[in-house]
Ligand binder design. Sequence first.
Ligand code: AMP
Ligand code: ZN
Length: 113
Amino acid sequence: MDCIFCKIANKEIPSDIIYEDESLLVFKDINPLAPVHLLVVPKVHINSLNDISESNSSIVSKIFELIPQIAKEMKINETGYRVISNCGKDGDQTVEHLHYHILGGRKLDSSLG
Ligand code: AMP
Ligand code: ZN
């Protein structure tokens, strides 16, 4: 499958990985929009939020259990941060492999769109 995040998960292309376990990967966004800009990515290929269902939603729990740990490690847990998952064309999703952006390290704009 020609999916850039599957390739990153399979170590076929390099990335700046800051956390890895058997099911999840966290790496730095190649085009950071904030001092801390990480992507939390399941190793299993899921296209987008639209494809989350009862059969695979346990990965979403794992992602949201991991996020506060990563925030603490990056020292943004107290100052705060934003978690975003873009979905589809109108959501401006550019990589069709489910991922959650973690943005922090500065005061973010209040606009969401
Ligand atoms: P989205 O637009 O929500 O689908 O987010 C995709 C994100 O992946 C963008 O913020 C890109 O900068 C980022 N990205 C694309 N290719 C890579 C890569 N090879 N390594 C790290 N981040 C990437
Ligand atoms: Zn993929």
